[in-house]
Design a protein around this ligand. Structure first.
Ligand code: ZN
Ligand code: ZN
Length: 238
């Protein structure tokens, strides 16, 4: 009985699809199969930054010209409907049920990716930090809300104190590539670098847009001694 109650509490106790409110009884993801199939799955993309591309296993022009510091981006989705409303609602309106759904979908994509490419899981999972003032204002860090259940599920250590955002940055929107890089320069700092030495790290964020932010965070982690950085995010902006 205890087990039954536990399942009922942790698995979709509302029995309704979070997207269409139709029946999703017994489905752990809180999303019905038709809604799941209609999500904007990423498909073929740049093998380094996950920019959508017509063919698989290629590098986009940006990555050929100016290779990013991170090894790869694992992202299940393109940033399109309905993720362009789910993610902002999760981020700005405290819709943590959406966050749990997104974390589950991201976790499945990570497991699938690592099996398909026969890659070992990372040593550490690090959520992309918000600046203290931003986090205080929002009340939580969406990247941490995604990273926490994934770390638990995969049995990988979550470390939220190594990487800090030392500087509040202006919004990246509307800036060109060079201004974006300048805006992010020195935004992050590592403490306890001894905990990073030789470690393979996965950095978690909700959406990767141009990659400037995760690239700067990756550079900081590598400079502090990390062996490699992968980016895990829910959606990639085309
Ligand atoms: Zn549905
Ligand atoms: Zn690329």
């Amino acid at each position: 009985m205890k087990g039954k109650v536990y399942n009922w509490l942790t698995f979709n106790h509302i029995n309704r699809c979070l997207l269409c409110l139709g029946s999703a009884a017994g489905i752990a993801e809180c999303i019905c199969t038709p809604c799941l199939e209609e999500l904007p799955w990423l498909g073929t993309a740049c093998r380094q930054c996950a920019l959508p591309l017509p063919n698989a296993d290629q590098l986009c022009g940006h990555c050929q010209l100016l290779p990013p510091a991170f090894n790869q981006v694992v992202a299940p989705f393109r940033y399109a409907f309905p993720l362009d409303s789910l993610i902002p609602a999760f981020k700005h309106q405290h819709k943590l049920t959406y966050g749990r759904l997104l974390a589950r979908l991201l976790c499945q994509a990570i497991v699938h990716h690592h099996e398909e490419h026969e890659q070992a899981l990372p040593d550490l999972i690090i959520p992309l930090p918000l600046h203290r003032a931003r986090q205080a204002q929002r009340g939580y860090n969406q990247a941490l809300e995604l990273a926490r259940p994934i770390a638990r599920r995969l049995g990988v250590t979550l470390d939220r104190s190594i990487l800090l955002r030392q500087r509040a940055t202006a919004a990246q929107q509307g800036l060109d590539a060079q201004a974006r890089r300048q805006n992010m320069q020195g935004a992050f700092v590592c403490q306890h670098p001894q905990r990073l030495k030789g470690k393979h790290v996965a950095l978690v964020d909700d959406v990767v847009t141009t990659g400037t932010t995760v690239n700067e965070a990756s550079r900081t982690l590598l400079a502090a001694g990390a062996a490699s950085v992968s980016i895990w995010c829910v959606a990639r902006t085309p």
